[in-house]
Design a protein around this ligand. Structure first.
Ligand SMILES: Cc1cc2nc3c(=O)[nH]c(=O)nc-3n(C[C@H](O)[C@H](O)[C@H](O)COP(=O)(O)O)c2cc1C
Length: 441
């Protein structure tokens, strides 16, 4: 961020076609498909009207018919974003690709392509894939948590190295001389590592952003390390303000310890806003949604998050003292912390996980929601938010029409896009500012 610039929030839209709430699709009028492109196009248009920084698509690599519907029957993220790139003009487009079950050349190439197609709006969420279920679809054993992150560090370095193989002006296309590419401006990578051997260069020229934006969402120590080293935007899982404030301070310190400016990485906690004109109306919406929860689905999601069959425990007893699983440290850490602080039963957690998949639920009038977001933003708990509407499109349009104008009136959020690239929305310069673009870091 430029020194004299006014600090404003960044807003990401976490897009799940059936809504973040496990039963959001049952809400009257709600979209009930994550495979319906025309509905996704409408949602993207609403987010762009709300001047969101980016749309984010998560992904997993297996299907469990009991799991959240949008994680089970869904469009492949990069394919969907390539189509949305053609129907939108400014909003960033972030997709998830796994560092455990992909290869760096393909990922670097795909995101460079999306960056070209969208005119500089691509972002890659580098995830390690928490669930062992993916391994069975790729004929591989699921690596342990520490190994997944060791692979991820090398993977991200290789992808960045591949993006950096091309100078911006390497394609000269000189009709007079007949020279198309200046070979002096394209280098091999020649990476030989513990997990990958990649010669390079990539078969696509430097993309408009120089490097697509990197997103990260790991909550464990190695996840935070990877984020501090490489990410431009970090998604977090929090349940209350003091936890978010503590996490924010610790993460910004870690970024500085890795030699980067703390404000060059935006930390966006996830929030599921249930918003209406009054607190009463918002509570009624949440009550309706919670009434739709199916026990089997909610239990499957709780078990997925905790990496163990939670049916073994008494729902009405206090949350058992479970260790952090090999799968998610982020979600389980936040949920266990809340359970201990507030003496919750397992049923309370089960309802929370079914509501927002383990994320923070913020329910109230538009003023209340805006006040809370402002408080978190001003008091060192967030650089903005990863907004997770419980259902679409109204859960999003209510936020855009009721909350965003309040944030804009308070000077906390943009009224118009100032530039055309995601790096621009995030206040980031070209990736090679102040660093050697060709170093494998
Ligand atoms: C907002 C958010 C989005 C995420 N999206 C995905 C995803 O799409 N696919 C995935 O496999 N993991 C996803 N994760 C999980 C993490 O990126 C990470 O893999 C997981 O939390 C395990 O790492 P940890 O133990 O470091 O937390 C997401 C987490 C958060 C907070």
């Amino acid at each position: 961020m430029a020194p004299d610039a006014v600090r404003q929030m960044h807003l990401g839209l976490f897009l799940l076609g059936t809504g973040s709430h496990i039963a959001g699709w049952r809400y009257p009028g709600a979209c009930d498909s994550f495979q319906d492109f025309s509905a996704m196009r409408e949602i993207a248009a609403i987010a762009e009207r709300g001047r969101f920084d980016l749309i984010f698509l998560g992904d997993n690599l297996y299907a469990d018919p009991l799991a959240h519907p949008s994680y089970t029957a869904r469009l492949e993220p990069l394919t969907l974003l390539s189509a949305l790139a053609a129907t939108t003009t400014h909003i960033g487009l972030g997709a998830t690709a796994s560092t455990t079950y992909s290869d760096p050349f393909t990922v670097a190439r795909a995101f460079a392509s999306l960056d070209h197609i969208s005119g500089g709006r691509a972002a890659w969420n580098a995830v390690t894939s928490a669930s062992p279920a993916a391994g069975a679809n790729f004929g591989r054993a699921h690596p342990a948590h520490a190994d997944r992150y060791a692979i991820a560090e090398e993977f991200v370095a290789v992808v960045r190295g591949l993006w950096d193989c091309w100078d911006e002006d390497a394609i000269v296309a000189d009709r007079a001389t007949g020279q198309y590419i200046d070979p002096a401006k394209v280098r091999t990578l020649d990476h030989t590592g513990q997990h990958f051997n990649v010669k390079g260069p990539l078969n696509i020229g430097r993309s408009p952003q120089g490097r697509p934006v990197i997103l990260q969402a790991g909550g464990s120590a190695p996840g935070q390390r990877l984020a501090a080293m490489t990410a431009d935007v970090v998604f977090s899982v929090v349940q209350d303000f003091s936890e978010a404030q503590h996490q924010y301070a610790a993460f910004k310190q870690l970024v500085a310890a890795h030699g980067r400016a703390p404000d060059s990485v935006a930390l966006l906690p996830g929030v599921m806003p249930v918003v209406a004109r009054t607190d009463r109306e918002a509570l009624d919406i949440l009550g309706t949604l919670q009434g739709f929860i199916d026990g089997g689905n909610a239990m499957a999601m709780l078990s997925e998050r905790f990496g163990t069959d939670m049916r073994a425990y008494d729902l009405d007893a206090p949350v058992p003292d479970l260790p952090l699983p090999d799968s998610y440290h982020s979600f389980v850490g936040a949920l266990l912390g809340k359970a201990r602080r507030e003496s919750l039963t397992l049923r309370d957690l089960y309802n929370l996980v079914a509501a927002a998949r383990g994320h923070w639920v913020l329910c109230g009038s538009a003023e209340r929601v805006a006040d809370t977001l402002e408080h978190w933003f001003r008091e060192g708990a967030a650089d903005g938010f990863n907004v997770m509407p419980p259902y679409f499109p109204d859960g999003l349009s209510d936020f855009v029409d009721l909350v965003v104008p309040i944030l804009q009136d308070r000077g906390l959020f943009r009224r118009e896009y100032a530039g055309a690239t995601l790096r621009g929305h995030l206040g980031l310069g070209p990736p090679w500012d102040g660093c050697n673009p060709y170093a494998l870091t």
